[in-house]
Design a protein around this ligand. Structure first.
Ligand SMILES: Cc1cc2nc3c(=O)[nH]c(=O)nc-3n(C[C@H](O)[C@H](O)[C@H](O)COP(=O)(O)O)c2cc1C
Length: 276
């Protein structure tokens, strides 16, 4: 379970976080990184099958033809997110753990950007010690954003359509909002703001009495898919909001095409008010 202090801190970061691709080359101080490190090995049972590693020199992580498409510049520190493929839900875990790390970094004044495509994967893998079933899933730069992005970075941002999100009505089904327990709307709103690869927002929430079921929208919902990583990020957002707002419950993982179900605890969840 996420600690209540972290949930409150991270909930406040959700509207502040955005993908940053242009950094000012300053090194991240060690004492700042020390406040990030504890989260890299996991902060909840849902992190099983995922871990993060810091590289204090980005080296060739953001060089090469593919990497140039994402134009990550001026960064020195990188967090590498690793999944254990022997755990079927490793992509959900990487999304969940990684987003905790990213919101913690945001709270420390650092810029971040999930990168699962436009980086040099082979070079990154050669710089971390991988276990037998482990693979590098994604990375994020960590650093201080430049004050003003150049035209190239602005172009990447607009191509990524970064600011747009689907309306809430497009991502939930089941009970109408007036029957939801207190805090449920805000938790879904927090999930709605989650970042996703190509900003495709592949999540759908079915709200019923006592639980909220998360599924992948569209094709490609199988274990190991990038859409399940996106859903892991949305799970983290939903849970921190729920915890910060007193909507008590916990996630239980489900098989594809579902991802997980958030089971509301009776005490303090307002379920009894919502029923009937
Ligand atoms: C799993 C994942 C993978 C991503 N991969 C890349 C990438 O390879 N290159 C890139 O420039 N941005 C990448 N992004 C960033 C998304 O484009 C960005 O999160 C999305 O457009 C929403 O914008 P925002 O993060 O500013 O809210 C990725 C995001 C996620 C969640």
């Amino acid at each position: 379970m996420i600690a209540e202090y972290d949930a409150r801190l991270w909930y406040d970061q959700i509207p502040l976080r955005r993908s940053v691709r242009a950094y000012d080359s300053r090194k991240v101080p060690d004492d700042t990184l020390d406040r990030l490190r504890p989260f890299l090995s996991g902060f909840s049972g849902l992190c099983r099958g995922a871990r993060g590693v810091l590289l204090d020199d980005a080296g060739d992580v953001f060089t090469g033809i593919i990497a140039s498409l994402g134009r990550i510049t001026g960064v020195s520190t990188v967090a590498v997110f690793i999944g254990d493929t022997s755990v079927p839900e490793h992509m959900e875990s990487v999304g969940y753990l990684g987003e905790g790390v990213i919101l913690q970094a945001t709270s420390l004044g650092l810029g971040t950007c999930w990168v699962a495509g436009t980086f040099n994967r082979n070079c990154t893998a050669s710089r971390v010690k991988l276990g037998k079933n482990e693979k590098v899933v994604a990375v994020t730069p960590l650093g201080f954003p430049v004050e003003k992005e150049d035209a190239g970075h602005r172009l990447v941002r607009s191509l990524a359509n970064s600011k747009k999100r689907k309306p809430l009505e497009a991502i939930f089904g089941g009970l109408p909002p007036e029957k939801w327990p207190p805090g449920c709307r805000e938790a879904l709103e927090a999930a709605r703001l989650a970042p996703s690869a190509l900003n495709r927002q592949p999540w759908f929430f079915e709200v019923t009495h006592g639980e909220i079921t998360l599924s992948v929208q569209g094709a490609g919902s199988g274990y190991g898919s990038l859409k399940r990583l996106d859903c892991g990020i949305a799970m983290l957002h939903f849970e921190v909001a729920a915890k910060a707002l007193g909507l008590e419950g916990h996630w239980e993982l489900l098989k594809p095409p579902h991802v997980a179900r958030f089971i509301l605890h009776e005490s303090g969840s307002g379920i009894s008010q919502a029923r009937g």
